[in-house]
Design a protein around this ligand. Structure first.
Ligand SMILES: Nc1ncnc2c1ncn2[C@@H]1O[C@H](COP(=O)(O)OP(=O)(O)OP(=O)(O)O)[C@@H](O)[C@H]1O
Ligand SMILES: O=C(O)[C@H](O)COP(=O)(O)O
Length: 394
């Protein structure tokens, strides 16, 4: 990475504004998955050990510029205190006099967590005044929030214009792993694209078609491709206006010599429910009043085979409705194949695929699980991430 990192600055005794992505899933005020908090620990611990005064900032959810009580970061501060084995002070605001006062009391190695930065309308508007108010709190800016690096917000982009700005370890690792996959991949290089909608994956498929040896399609978006081939897809997900695009992707794959894999069989259901009646049918035999909610056993085997023969696999989006056990087998099979393929470097592109790997207890077996859903998608589309661009060059 051609950007400066925490290793390139002297943080001893300095106030460091460190943007992290603590946008964790919560249920009834409790954190249900603390992966993103754990992922930021190496940077936080490093800053503490180097004698910095660590001021952490994050968003949580989408409060749209207003205070939303359930989206305060109090539970996050408690969890972080437990993980660090050290009290983390939490302020009820993200800038201003009370915050400055709290920071003035910090000793070297102390950690303070600011309130949800999205409680302020200026955050998402990247308001320079808010960016300046954040910058006033610190001497150095560290961005370790890869998950929010695709957002040009005051705490992810704006602030970098007013302070020395460097990347944290998580940001560095994410950019290096995903960057290598796109610029210098070990081959055969396979991308597995699933999830709900073609619309969300257009850019990724377009970009990856120029880079991969194999492109595997699964999930709800596969059925627009199946339809494009002229098959009946019953009540399966369809984006009518993307059929032509799906055709053009398949043509482009042929031109480029990319092996394009689609489901050969599927699990169909008579309704969208875990206890629906289900059966496995060939891809050209989907009954008109049923919907395909998972890839079938032959497809699982085919995809496993491709994964096993690959040196690098990037996976984004589930193969079926994995939240329901009845339609989780396809996603599980892909996760299991990646876990079994010890010579294959596996990169999980965040979001639902990361949640699925976690759910199946296979997270430890993956080489890299991105903490960014949208951010890793945009990166794989070949876009520049504003939160990275704004950091100081080496
Ligand atoms: N065949 C299918 N029919 C309907 N829904 C499906 C099907 N296959 C997968 N899904 C649903 O797609 C959803 C995931 O799609 P989405 O595009 O949000 O995933 P993603 O690419 O992992 O996104 P993100 O990374 O932003 O979380 C899951 O909730 C899953 O249930
Ligand atoms: O969960 C994420 O993908 C990041 O935290 C960014 O959140 P956002 O999509 O609300 O900007």
């Amino acid at each position: 990475m051609n950007k400066k990192t925490v290793r390139d600055v002297d943080v001893k005794g300095k106030r460091v504004f460190c943007r992290v992505d603590f946008n964790v899933p919560m249920e009834n005020g409790a954190i249900t998955d603390d992966t993103r908090i754990r992922a930021a620990l190496p940077t936080i611990r490093y800053l503490m050990e180097q004698g910095a005064k660590v001021i952490l900032a994050s968003h949580l959810g989408r409060p749209k510029g207003k205070v939303v009580e359930e989206l305060r970061l109090n539970a996050v501060a408690r969890r972080l205190s437990e993980l660090l084995g050290k009290h983390v002070t939490k302020t009820d605001e993200a800038y201003g006099d009370a915050v400055k006062e709290a920071i003035s009391k910090m000793n070297e190695g102390d950690v303070l967590l600011l309130e949800n930065v999205r409680f302020y309308p200026g955050e998402e508007k990247n308001d320079p005044e808010l960016a300046k108010a954040f910058a006033e709190l610190a001497d150095i800016y560290v961005n370790d929030a890869f998950g929010a690096a695709h957002r040009a917000h005051a705490s992810t982009e704006g602030i970098a214009h007013y302070l020395p700005a460097v990347a944290g370890f998580l940001m560095e690792k994410e950019i290096e792993v995903l960057g290598k996959a796109l610029s210098n991949p070990d081959r055969p290089f396979t991308a597995i694209i699933g999830g709900a909608k073609v619309k969300d994956k257009i850019g990724v498929i377009e970009n990856l078609l120029n880079k991969v040896d194999n492109l595997i399609i699964g999930g709800g978006l596969a059925y627009t491709f199946v339809k494009a081939l002229g098959h009946e897809i019953g009540k399966s997900l369809l984006e009518e206006d993307k059929i032509e695009l799906a055709k053009s992707f398949m043509e482009k794959a042929k031109e480029k010599g990319v092996n394009f894999y689609m489901p050969v069989d599927v699990v169909v259901a008579d309704r969208f429910a875990n206890d629906a009646n289900t059966k496995v049918v060939a891809i050209d035999e989907i009954p008109s009043d049923w919907e395909a909610l998972d890839i079938g056993p032959k497809t699982r085997e085919l995809y496993r085979d491709v994964i096993m023969k690959s040196k690098l696999v990037v996976w984004n989006g589930p193969m079926g409705v994995f939240e329901m056990d009845a339609f989780a087998e396809g996603t599980k099979a892909v996760a299991q194949a990646l876990a079994d393929a010890v010579d294959t470097y596996s990169v999980i592109g965040g979001g639902d695929s990361a949640a699925a790997v976690e759910k199946f207890g296979l997270a430890e077996k993956m080489d890299h699980i991105s903490t960014g859903g949208g951010a890793s998608l945009e990166f794989m589309e070949g876009k520049q991430l504003p939160g990275v661009v704004a950091l100081n060059d080496k």
